[in-house]
Write a protein that binds this ligand. Structure first.
Ligand code: SAM
Length: 222
């Protein structure tokens, strides 16, 4: 089957389960109007992130890679009234667009956007711990983001990483790129780390052929 068919089925699933609403669609539309690339998660994936966060009872969430704040808003929907979500974004225009979306959604009191390259802003979070961490920024730095995620975790923290299949390129040594190398190194780090239990799966849908890694931290990470 083709990407066109995957798109039709994604639309069917999203409508059948009544996932998302006009407000969330407006976030995607305004991001596109602002010239942001359409590389946010699909609605059914945004809902999956929200469900994961709910399943682990997340009160503190960290996101690396905000874009227009679409996935951020999905995850914020899982937070209790006194919860907190920190999201990191390098691009000033993406950050400004996301901030306007958080305000419109009335969730800006729960969401803290830290602007700048994530490797510069992560050290400021050194003394924080998070229950749920979503890694979705520049793929070549995924190994470093994973190491940071572990430092900012505790036993039970769930870490999700997006775009780990990359149309199959991840498993094809002939299709070299910094992103593919980054994702492979990230898998190696996860596999050899005794403090996490991990899986990864492929997805097809309106975003094409890709995949996510999901893992749980099984020990406290000092
Ligand atoms: N999580 C978003 C969603 O699903 O709605 C999509 C994030 S998009 C795939 C990746 C984002 O990471 C882009 O907005 C990009 O500007 C940002 N980014 C790229 N390099 C970065 C870096 N070094 N630090 C922080 N953010 C970065």
């Amino acid at each position: 089957s083709s990407r066109e068919e995957w798109k039709v089925i994604d639309r069917y699933l999203t409508e059948a389960l009544d996932i998302g609403d006009v407000e969330m669609e407006a976030v995607r539309r305004r991001s596109a109007e602002e010239g942001l690339p359409s590389i946010e998660v699909a609605p059914n994936q945004g809902k999956l992130l929200q469900l994961y966060a709910q399943m682990c009872g997340a009160e503190n969430i960290l996101e690396i890679g905000t874009l227009g704040g679409y996935s951020t808003l999905w995850m914020a929907g899982a937070l209790p009234a006194d919860g907190r979500l920190v999201t990191l974004e390098a691009d000033a225009h993406h950050a400004a667009t996301a901030r306007s979306h958080f305000q419109r959604a009335g969730l800006d009191h729960l969401i803290e956007l830290r602007e700048g390259p994530a490797l510069d802003t992560l050290p400021d979070l050194e003394n924080d711990t998070f229950d749920f961490i979503f890694i979705d920024a520049d793929k070549e730095n995924t190994p470093s983001y994973f190491e940071w995620a572990l430092r900012l975790s505790q036993k039970g923290t769930v870490i999700v990483c997006d775009n780990v299949v990359r149309r199959g390129a991840v498993a094809d040594a002939k299709r070299e790129s910094a992103g593919n190398t980054g994702i492979r190194r990230f898998f190696e780090l996860a596999a050899e780390d005794p403090r996490v239990s991990a899986t990864a799966f492929q997805t097809v849908g309106e975003k094409g052929h890709d995949g996510m890694a999901v893992m749980v931290v099984t020990e406290d990470t000092p």
